[in-house]
Design a protein. Structure first.
Length: 368
């Protein structure tokens, strides 16, 4: 790993100027750029304007002490990662408290020069490693964003052209041509859906997906999706059933707090998969309170072929491979898992080959 071209910047925070001067003198000889703050408030103001690469922080200071400075830094998600080295003259309990609230390391007074330099080098290596990891993640996200955009553009154009063909805007077509265009249109739509899912999955993985948590009627949402997908069930001769709890218990699961649009994705994907991979019989959705009164339980059950155990174990992974056709690209189920987990919920699958499958989603009534 290459070192940055500029010297590492270290902020030393201590209310005693003599301590700051001593550490500054020692570390400047090692080639580091040293800045000084003479208290917690001054340190926080400095960090807000120009975050350092490493923070050397005295614990016992008047006003805002080292613990409080550490806590505020770790709670500020807008700040880049910076290791914190606590300097303390106190016993083990104070050290445990500092580490618990987010400090990486500690060193005791009186400070030994060799130990200080070794810990500084170690924490700066950690800082460089985290920065490099974050840079790679940003580059990957940028690549995926550009790739999906470049893929979407011709797919959307092709979709519009195929729609014009189907509407007869470009002239009459023979039945064989109409069938061929319909097949191409479905394939184009499937590819466009996959590209959109790929982008959404990477947004979740990069932690850059923002959810909007508001109260909404979950039963109405489920009924919307059922109505939307009922024609698919009818085409295949499947029975599509929605089972809700009786009226007194129904009130407990009607309204939840979550991102309605994202949870609609989950319900549409799980129900759509159940209908897609079931050739005969029924697909059933059940909604009822979970044993934990703070949770609701949503089940999607089908009478399809079932899923082999080796496929089940990696069913929620991106681009999971396998001979079972339900594995597909894995993007839809991977995205569903990400959305459910973003709501502090869980998703699992139970299945036996030849006996169908059941996907179980548990969600808190109030997420976020």
């Amino acid at each position: 790993m290459s070192r940055p071209s500029r010297p590492d910047r270290i902020l030393v925070v201590d209310d005693l100027p003599d301590n700051c001067f001593l550490i500054q003198t020692l570390l400047q000889e090692e080639g580091y750029q040293i800045d000084i703050a003479n208290g917690g408030r001054e340190a926080l103001d400095y960090i807000e304007k120009a975050p350092p690469d490493l923070l050397l922080l005295d614990v016992m200071m008047p006003g805002i002490d080292g613990y409080e400075v550490t806590r505020r830094i770790r709670e500020n998600t807008k700040l880049p990662f910076m290791p914190i080295l606590l300097i303390t003259a106190h016993d083990q309990p104070s050290v445990v408290r500092g580490l618990d609230i987010g400090a990486e390391e500690f060193i005791r007074k009186p400070v030994e020069f060799d130990e200080l330099v070794a810990r500084v080098r170690s924490l700066l290596r950690l800082k460089h490693s985290v920065d490099e990891r974050d840079q790679i993640a940003r580059q990957r996200e940028d690549f995926v964003s550009r790739l999906t955009h470049d893929l979407r553009t011709p797919l959307v154009a092709a979709d519009r052209m195929l729609t014009l063909f189907q509407q007869g805007a470009l002239g009459a077509m023979t039945p064989q041509m109409q069938e061929a265009v319909a097949i191409m249109s479905r394939s184009n739509q499937n590819l466009l859906t996959m590209v959109n899912m790929l982008l959404e999955v990477y947004r979740y993985e990069a932690g850059r997906k923002t959810l909007s948590f508001t109260p909404f009627n979950l039963i109405e949402l489920i009924q919307e999706v059922v109505a939307e997908l009922s024609p698919l069930a009818g085409e295949k001769g499947l029975v599509l059933k929605l089972i809700l709890p009786p009226e007194p218990a129904q009130q407990a699961v009607t309204t939840i707090v979550g991102d309605r649009l994202e949870l609609r994705r989950v319900i549409t994907n799980l129900l759509g998969n159940a209908l897609k991979f079931t050739d005969s019989g029924a697909v059933t959705i059940r909604l009822f309170p979970a044993p934990d009164p703070k949770l609701i339980r949503l089940e999607f059950e089908d009478t399809g072929p079932g899923i082999p155990s080796d496929v089940r174990s990696r069913l929620f992974e991106s681009f999971s491979s396998g001979s079972d056709r339900r594995a597909g690209s894995g993007l839809g189920l991977q995205l569903s898992r990400r959305i459910v987990e973003a709501h502090q919920g869980t998703i699992e699958v139970q299945s036996e080959v030849g006996q169908g499958s059941q996907f179980i989603v548990q969600l808190p009534l109030r997420a976020g």
